[in-house]
Design a protein around this ligand. Structure first.
Ligand code: IMP
Length: 434
């Protein structure tokens, strides 16, 4: 089956955008299947001989490739203002000249302004119980989808339909906003504003599920691009410190209509170390100079919120879980260059609580996970700059041993290694099947 998945294997920010961008060469269609503009993909591609940086929050990074179709599937939550902003910015820079290149699912849920306001108000009210959300309205929008009161993108095309749908919802939202001491919204103004967005989005809006089905029937290569990471999955992650969507490979099925046995290659992306933004347990987190070094050298500051990311050693116990629940067929390791210069490097292979209990995968009770200590294997590091390495053979022996050890622990091949942000700064060991 020509449906391949790229999924974050950690807590997000693994560098999926770059891997998707590379694999897009072999794909006909790239589909974003969940999340919203809580994600941020930074891409650096060569244009006119110079590195050119693009940050995308919603539109699949495949959009930078001429002739590749990109889909925002119905499982995605769409903030229309953000979406239009990205469309405009891309078009101004010479991308997305043909509107056919982008398909927005007519039944994707719309992030309404009250979703963002509620997200921020609730986080503020949580005090030190904060989830650390991105404040983009993601959770409140998914809540409405589950509660069967989502506003779909297609609802923005008809003032009367939209007004009738929003009226009862807004009455409730305004009550909540007033409870938090926030400003409320006027139905007519809101309807007008949202319909204005709808008009501009219209050329891109289609039945995405039908499109995906037809493309698969035509044996075209589809690449499904996950946002966030496995441990942020609302069902399988470190709940409640998770996002509100299914970030794992299974999310492809429930959000796009591809059957579970219709998935082919499932590539998980992991940094050569680990990061997390927002609250929640992080067993391998480093509060020392090594953690600070990883943050500075790896430029670990959020591309969506600018927040400094929490940094630590790679957690192969958490990755073991990610391999299992995603059915990963390969692992792509990013930012290996960031580890260069460290005397030794560590891999967490399990956890202990110091009282005789041991785990080889994260205990899913976050209170238990918060109390565990990682069990590390320590390996020699390498001092060479590896950003110019393009072949496996040319990596320093210690770097090869580190990757080989990971592959052995995880029982999955390392299929790609990234040694720098640019498209070319990559070692590809195994391509996606054609
Ligand atoms: P939300 O998705 O904004 O509701 O945030 C919920 C949790 O997911 C918070 O801990 C966020 O920091 C985290 N999160 C959401 N999107 C991303 C992402 O793209 N990368 C990393 N963490 C994310």
């Amino acid at each position: 089956m020509p449906a391949h998945v790229v999924v974050g294997a950690q807590w997000g920010d693994e560098g999926k955008g770059k891997v998707v961008d590379l694999y897009t060469e072999f794909a006909d269609v790239v589909v974003r299947y969940q999340g919203g503009n809580n994600a941020g993909h930074t891409l650096v591609v060569e244009r006119d001989g110079k590195p050119d940086k693009t940050v995308l929050h919603l539109i699949p990074s495949g959009i930078l490739h001429d002739g590749k179709r990109c889909v925002i599937a119905s499982g995605v939550v769409v903030d229309p203002a953000i979406c239009l902003g990205e469309i405009d910015a891309l078009q101004e820079r010479g991308y997305l000249q043909d509107p056919e290149q982008l398909i927005i699912a007519e039944d994707a849920s719309v992030i309404m302004p009250y979703h963002c306001a509620l997200d921020l108000a609730r986080e503020a009210a949580r005090g030190d119980q904060k989830i650390g959300t991105t404040g983009r309205g993601i959770g409140p929008c998914y809540e409405d989808r589950v509660a069967r009161r989502a506003i779909f993108v297609r609802d923005l095309f008809d003032r009367d339909v939209l007004r009738a749908k929003v009226a009862p919802i807004l009455a409730e939202k305004n009550m909540l906003l007033a409870h938090y001491g926030e400003e409320t919204y006027d139905l007519d103004e809101l309807t007008e504003q949202m319909c204005g967005y709808g008009e501009r989005l219209r050329p891109f809006v289609k039945d995405a599920r039908a499109f995906i089905r037809e493309e698969l029937q035509r044996d075209r290569q589809l690449l499904f691009e996950g946002a966030q990471g496995t441990l942020l999955d609302v069902g399988l992650g470190t709940y409640p410190f998770v996002t509100s969507s299914h970030t794992t490979a299974a999310g492809v099925c429930v959000n796009t209509g591809v059957a579970p046995n219709g998935l082919d290659q499932i590539v998980g992306i992991s940094k050569a170390y680990c990061t997390r933004v927002g609250g929640g347990p992080f067993p391998t987190e480093l509060d020392d100079e090594v953690g600070e070094r990883l943050r500075q050298v790896g430029n670990e500051f959020g591309s969506t919120t600018g927040r400094p990311r929490r940094c630590g050693w790679i957690d192969a116990a958490a990755l073991r879980y990610a391999v299992r629940i995603n059915g990963m067929t390969g692992l792509a390791v990013t930012k290996l260059d960031v580890l260069s210069g460290l005397e030794t490097v560590k891999i967490a292979v399990g956890y202990t609580d110091g009282q005789g209990n041991e785990w080889d995968e994260p205990p899913m009770n976050v209170d238990v996970l918060a109390g565990v200590e990682p069990v590390y294997e320590e390996m020699p590091g390498w001092s060479q700059d590896i950003t110019d390495v393009r072949q496996w053979e040319d990596l320093p022996t210690a770097a090869k041993r580190f990757l080989e050890r990971l592959a052995t622990i995880l029982e999955v091949p390392v299929v790609l290694v990234s040694v720098g942000p640019a498209r070319a700064e990559t070692i590809v060991m195994r391509q996606l099947h054609r």
